[in-house]
Design a protein around this ligand. Structure first.
Ligand code: NAD
Length: 277
């Protein structure tokens, strides 16, 4: 039986992972800005603790982690899931929108991770699962700032993996494509305004596409939750787990582009060292 600590667990992927872990008989600390939303969704259960956590508030992260330790003992799996998207060309995003997105998707993830890690290090055990995105693997027009936050998540994940593997702690990034949650809904997604006409064919087309995709995404959150449960139970989990046929195709396309860059420019790239003579 594991103890999970999940951020942004009142709805979407976080709630589905919490639900699946509860079904498996695990203990779940489901955190949310409004913990009553967690209780409304799951009811009161002996193996569930609903805790208040806005990930932009490091003091709340510490309090929620302490409440988890007091109630269930050590945390086995931390799922850094809380996050949201921002649509618009990079130039269209305001400084405030950019700061807020990094505050939640990156600095929030860091604050929660720092609050949990001392207890995992003390036990030489645990698994940190960071919810990244296909946007953390390749940049895309219309999602530039969001991709930047998820690239940061990927860099942190790979570094944490290298630092924590010798201490017995696993770290993985999950990279979903489009999954059917509120992610593209106006209740979650932020859209930069005003649009600049010069970006109509790039970021502007993405504004229209995401509107049409809202609640029509191909990815099934129940299957994602199942995959995350499997990930948490693997003896040697991968550092990155891509999820979704769209993600698989996008990774293959990026690899093809990178191979082409190396084939064309590899000589120039390699010929930049000091001469031996
Ligand atoms: P969602 O909008 O349904 O849920 C997001 C959750 O994060 C909500 O519960 C929200 O309240 C919470 N949240 C937002 N700001 C928060 C804060 N400051 N503190 C605490 N909680 C906060 O979206 P989702 O699809 O469930 O997204 C979950 C994660 O998966 C996000 O990190 C998102 O970037 C990532 N993701 C989703 C998709 C997708 O297509 N659904 C694709 C790639 C990545």
């Amino acid at each position: 039986m594991k103890t999970w600590f999940i951020t942004g667990a009142a709805r979407g992927l976080g709630a589905r992972i919490a639900e699946r872990a509860l079904q498996a008989g695990d203990r779940v600390v489901a955190t949310a800005r409004d913990p009553s939303a967690v209780t409304m969704r799951f009811g009161q259960r002996a193996n569930l603790l609903a805790a208040r956590l806005d990930v932009t508030q490091p003091a709340q992260a510490k309090t929620a982690v302490q409440a988890a330790l007091d109630q269930f003992g050590p945390i086995d799996v931390l799922v850094n899931n809380a996050g949201y998207g921002l649509v618009g060309a990079v130039e269209e995003a305001s400084a405030g929108e950019i700061e807020q997105l990094f505050a939640v998707n990156v600095f929030g993830l860091l604050a929660v991770t720092r609050a949990v890690l001392p207890t995992m290090r003390a036990r030489r055990s645990g698994h940190i699962i960071n919810m990244s995105s296909i946007g953390g693997y390749r940049g895309a027009a219309g999602f530039g700032v969001y991709c930047a936050t998820k690239f940061a998540v990927e860099g942190l994940t790979e570094a944490l993996h290298a630092e924590l593997a010798p201490l017995g702690i696993h770290v993985s990034a999950v990279e979903p494509g489009y999954f059917r949650t509120d992610f593209l809904d106006p209740t979650s997604l932020k859209i930069s305004q005003p649009a600049i006409a010069d970006y109509a064919e790039t970021a502007g087309a993405v504004r229209i596409r995401v509107d049409g995709l809202n609640h029509q995404q191909p990815g099934d959150p129940a299957k994602l939750a199942e995959a995350v449960l499997r990930l948490a139970n693997m003896p040697a989990p991968p550092v990155r787990l891509p999820l979704g046929a769209d993600t698989v195709a996008a990774i293959a396309a990026k690899h093809a582009r990178d191979s082409e860059i190396l084939a064309t420019w590899g000589g120039l790239a390699a010929d930049t060292g000091h001469r031996a003579d």
